[in-house]
Write a protein of this length. Structure first.
Length: 550
């Protein structure tokens, strides 16, 4: 094992799962590791092990020049005795033990023929969600043999079926796992509300907003100027990366940032390689505080100095959002958290999580439980409603914190309202999720913005599962615990039963009468279920947590 870049336990587990999949006859396994988890280190060690086990050559397939350089650097550190080759532009070093190349260069017939003459290869595909493209298929089909795919977001905005390429996700780590273990930074989100910024009239192509119209809308609403002021107020001491929809808008944002004293430069795809490298070096060296870019730094760019990500490019793609946000999560000396500064409402549409979307792979799907919480509670064994004691009047919530400026407003993101899970609050204000017989809830951990995650089940003592986590981390662990307890669709905000506008069922009304709940007029089935859940949780949890620090 390399002394320079040793494997973390989860990285070793990923390699073990890939090798186990090959032994089980799965020739094309995929690994999902979030941005900052060290995917390049993992497949560098994998290539070293494969070569040591029989001398089989490895092709590392990437899609940008920067990723070629990054992979070669990691391979030199992990396996200094291996012969490394580059296939890129005029370089065609196909005789090496490990060849790293861009898909555009590797797919050339002359190069593919030279590689194929050496026999079967291990093909490692970085950012493997691109592998449905014809260029990747050409390479994979020509070389045959085993392959392994690595990505942070195994999903595509165009709906292409990744299951046609990758047979199974054999290992997965979410961003939330990495944050809770200290491998990535905790995340805070702030939204910049820009008056007159309206995307409703902007056309979409293949589900995504048209970039030119986005750029015009941002400019007309003075978003660059307001974003620069927000950055100056909330991130003046942070290095940052800004994502803009067009090259022109990237320059507009940079001009506004420089106007308030934040040294900002622009990178885009048309820049010469030398010029782009020089800008990124100045950023790494600290001479430039912010890099404004248009679809250049979404993948493969690794600079831990960046702890603020400005998302000024709205997207309907969860994968693209995760790639952008992930650029700011790598730990760096002196950094306590990462800040996502959202200009266009993206934090309200997606959550920070690795996405798996292998279309057609039934092993990765779970059938939803289309049953309301009230129906489950009515059939649950051992739940004695008459033994519950009322913990207080219904109501209470955790409010947003607003910070008002003269021209715009910045607010902390309401993580509860934006979660995909339906977090409710007890009468005393404790956030909770109902998971059938179990209730998962989070409580402040004595100040400092940290939270504990607890579970209560009838007939069992309340227990803490996780302690002293950031709010977003605590929520994500709570949601995971609810799923582990078989919640199914019970906690999903958009579950069909929750959206049902029909009147409460007779079971729900009977349960409400037994609990002395007066159901508000015109309540829906979903609202009735939430009200019943709130009363039950208030009676169960509030007596336990009364007096705890809030």
């Amino acid at each position: 094992m390399s002394e320079i870049l040793p494997l973390r336990p989860y990285q070793q587990a990923a390699i073990d799962r890939v090798e186990g999949a090959w032994l089980a006859g799965i020739d094309r396994p995929a690994v999902v590791l979030p941005t900052g988890a060290g995917k390049t280190v993992v497949f560098a060690h994998l290539a070293r092990r494969v070569h040591a086990g029989g001398g089989q050559p490895t092709l590392v397939l990437v899609h940008t020049t920067e990723l070629v350089d990054q992979a070669l650097d990691k391979l030199r550190a992990v396996a200094p005795l291996l012969r490394l080759g580059r296939v890129q532009a005029t370089a065609n070093e196909t005789g090496a033990d490990v060849v790293v190349g861009t898909v555009q260069s590797v797919r050339r017939p002359r190069t593919l023929d030279a590689l194929a003459q050496r026999g079967r290869w291990l093909t490692v595909v970085d950012e493997c969600h691109h592998a449905t493209a014809a260029s990747y298929r050409t390479v994979l089909d020509a070389l045959g043999g085993r392959a392994a795919g690595f990505t942070a977001t195994l999903t595509r905005g165009d709906g292409a079926a990744l299951g046609d390429i990758w047979q199974k996700v054999v290992y997965r780590r979410d961003i939330i796992d990495m944050i809770s273990e200290g491998h990535l930074l905790p995340v805070r989100g702030k939204r910049v509300r820009v008056p007159n910024l309206d995307f409703r009239k902007i056309k979409r192509t293949a589900g995504e907003y048209q970039a030119d119209q986005l750029g015009d809308a941002l400019s007309e609403a003075l978003a660059p100027e307001l974003t620069a002021k927000a950055y100056q107020e909330h991130a003046s001491d942070r290095a940052g990366i800004l994502f803009a929809p067009t090259v022109a808008s990237a320059h507009e944002f940079a001009e506004s940032f420089n106007g308030v004293g934040i040294v900002t430069e622009v990178v885009h795809g048309a820049l010469l390689r030398h010029d782009r490298s020089a800008i990124l070096k100045r950023f790494r060296d600290g001479h430039t505080q912010v890099v404004s870019n248009c679809m250049v730094l979404t993948e493969g760019f690794d600079e831990p100095r960046a702890s603020c990500i400005v998302i000024a490019r709205p997207t309907t793609s969860g994968g693209l959002y995760t790639q952008m946000a992930g650029r700011g999560l790598r730990p760096h000396p002196g950094q306590r958290d990462a800040l996502i500064l959202d200009v266009v409402g993206v934090t309200g549409r997606h959550r920070l999580a690795s996405l798996v979307d292998l279309v057609g792979d039934e092993t990765l799907r779970r059938e939803p439980v289309e049953e309301s919480l009230a129906d489950l509670l009515l059939t649950a064994d051992g739940l004695a409603l008459e033994d519950l004691t009322l913990g207080g009047e219904l109501g209470g919530s955790i409010p947003l914190t607003y910070e008002t400026g003269t021209e715009f407003e910045v607010l902390d993101v309401d993580l509860f309202a934006r979660s995909h899970s339906s977090w409710l609050h007890t009468a005393a204000g404790t956030p909770f999720l109902s998971a059938g017989r179990a209730t998962v809830f989070i409580v402040p951990a004595g100040g400092g913005g940290r939270w504990n995650v607890a579970v209560h089940e009838p007939g069992a003592p309340m227990r803490f599962e996780h302690r002293r986590l950031a709010l977003d981390t605590a929520m994500s662990w709570g949601e995971e615990l609810a799923r582990d307890h078989g919640a199914g669709s019970l906690t999903k905000r958009k579950a069909s039963w929750r959206r049902n506008s029909e009147e409460p069922t007779e079971k729900q009304m009977d349960m409400a009468r037994r609990m002395n709940i007066t159901m508000p007029a015109f309540s829906s089935r979903g609202e009735a279920s939430d009200l019943i859940s709130t009363v039950i949780a208030s009676r169960l949890i509030d007596p336990i947590t009364r007096g705890w620090t809030r």
